[in-house]
Design a protein around this ligand. Sequence first.
Ligand code: SF4
Length: 340
Amino acid sequence: MAVKKKIAKKSAPKKDNKKIGTNKKTIKKVAKKVTTKKVVKSKTPINTQKTLEASLIELIKNTSAILPDDVQKVILEALHREEKNTTAEYAMNIIKANIDLAKKKSQPLCQDTGTVLFYVSHPQNFDQNKFTTLIQKAVVKSTELGFLRQNSVDSLTGENSGMNVGPGHPSIHYHQHNKKTVEVKLMLKGGGCENVGAQYSLPFTALDAGRDLNGVRKVILDAVHKAQGKGCGPGVLGICIGGDRGAGYIESKEQLLRRLDDTNEVKELALLEKEIVETSNKLGIGPMGFGGKTTLLGCKISALNRLPASFFVSISYMCWAYRRQGIELAANNQIKKWLY
Ligand code: SF4
């Protein structure tokens, strides 16, 4: 409505009024007519594309600088859990100060922009190619504005494009849903934590891990133990049981889109998620590997069908700089709602 009123103000030009006289009532009527017409006009591809670009840049800026509430809440809980005057408490305090400062200054939370991952849910008849082009434009603009560090490198030449755009980057995943609206989620996943992700093929004899949930539990805890403080912990695990190697890793990352305070609908997976967090936090690895009570902030698990011959467990590790945010777009491409 506010947009309509603004357009109405702008779109009641004097020359139109002159044509039909200066009677106030008549002018109002005409203004109303012009308003309706102008709103339709404002949906021309150029305007909505510009609005979409602005909405995507806003999404990138906020994701880069502000951790979502559910993440901030578990980080604060972890800080209060650590014993006073320990290195673990010191590390958690630095993390908290970093979060507060980035939010206050609206600046990137970490110098490592990470992989830029978009997840777009859209209705039928949606132009993915056009949307991809606009996402790329928004990423370039956001890099120029300093919301994203220049972080995308040609794997063969080592050359940095300086724009965060190149083959496979940003990574964009499309999903058709039954709603009429478009939802865009964004995750910035750091390189340090990506490096400690792991994939196991069960049975895994070194750990005596068989093809069951107990075997799954053993390999997950092994990955946590091996990561130690290297993934900028305390971290969050996204896990997929099953699938092929590629689908398993994709699904494990998508688990990181879940809110930390949700509950898995599959009872045995809900129990396993809880058990993994509790057991990991007794390993004594702690924030940044300095020891302490918080090694993991959360764990999210799902399962995909697999071949009888394969049993993969894919583990994606997210660092404390758990940058994810999402928006629902209005019909005019303005941000209608923030999703986290
Ligand atoms: S892993 Fe996370 S916290 Fe560590 S440098 Fe990368 S983005 Fe920053």
